[in-house]
Design a protein around this ligand. Structure first.
Ligand code: GAR
Length: 193
């Protein structure tokens, strides 16, 4: 049986693309059932449209509170009946109540080797610290930001002369392999009960 996957985005959507391309493989045990963006202009929506994937926008600027935004998100997700929700560059903090409802089914990708550098500007922070490696992490989502159990991590080197942009590109390439691999792992684990 194929796991139903909802993917939440805010921007470019390169991880959305990586996930959906991976799911096209005959032996991949999951399928995308919804692409949802909180920004009407998110580049990833173009990919979803071109691929004929179900997609929706819930514009967070039209909501007066986090709770009301998350309630709308919840309605859209319940209609799509996902087994797993992948946050893929979704740049909104979710309320603890929402996170609790999807406990164990809600995962995120973050551009650092967590627990190092939760939050923003991860690449510049790694460079400023003089780190020799960086990377990305796929993890379960818990109410605390970027703090849940780690599902998988990939390390990349930091090279002399790297800028934040160069590092971001290297890390993002690693993300595109890591996220589908972690999704597969998660589906395999949940199908074993
Ligand atoms: C990715 O690098 C992802 O790790 C990061 O946003 C980027 C989205 O790129 N996520 C976070 O920083 C979440 N805290 P994409 O839209 O091309 O997938």
């Amino acid at each position: 049986m194929s796991a139903r996957v909802a993917i939440l985005i805010s921007g470019r959507g390169s991880n959305l693309r990586a996930l959906c391309e991976a799911m096209k493989a005959d032996d991949f045990p999951a399928e995308p059932v919804l692409v949802l963006s909180n920004r009407p202009g998110a580049g990833g929506l173009e990919y979803a449209k071109a691929e004929g994937l179900p997609h929706a926008v819930i514009d967070h600027t039209l909501f007066y509170s986090r709770d009301s935004f998350d309630a709308a998100l919840q309605d859209a997700l319940l209609a799509a009946r996902p087994d797993i929700i992948c946050l893929a560059g979704f740049m909104r903090l979710l309320t603890p109540g929402f996170v609790e409802k999807w406990k164990g089914k809600l995962v995120n990708i973050h551009p650092s080797l967590l627990p190092k550098y939760p939050g923003l500007n991860t690449h510049q922070r790694a460079l400023d610290a003089g780190d020799t490696e960086a990377g990305c992490t796929v993890h379960h989502v818990v109410p605390e930001m970027d703090a849940g159990e780690i599902i998988g991590q990939t390390r990349v080197p930091i090279r002399p002369g790297d800028t934040a942009e160069m590092l971001e590109t290297r890390v993002r390439e690693a993300e595109h392999a890591l996220y589908p691999a972690c999704l597969r792992k998660l589906v395999d684990q949940s199908s074993r009960g």
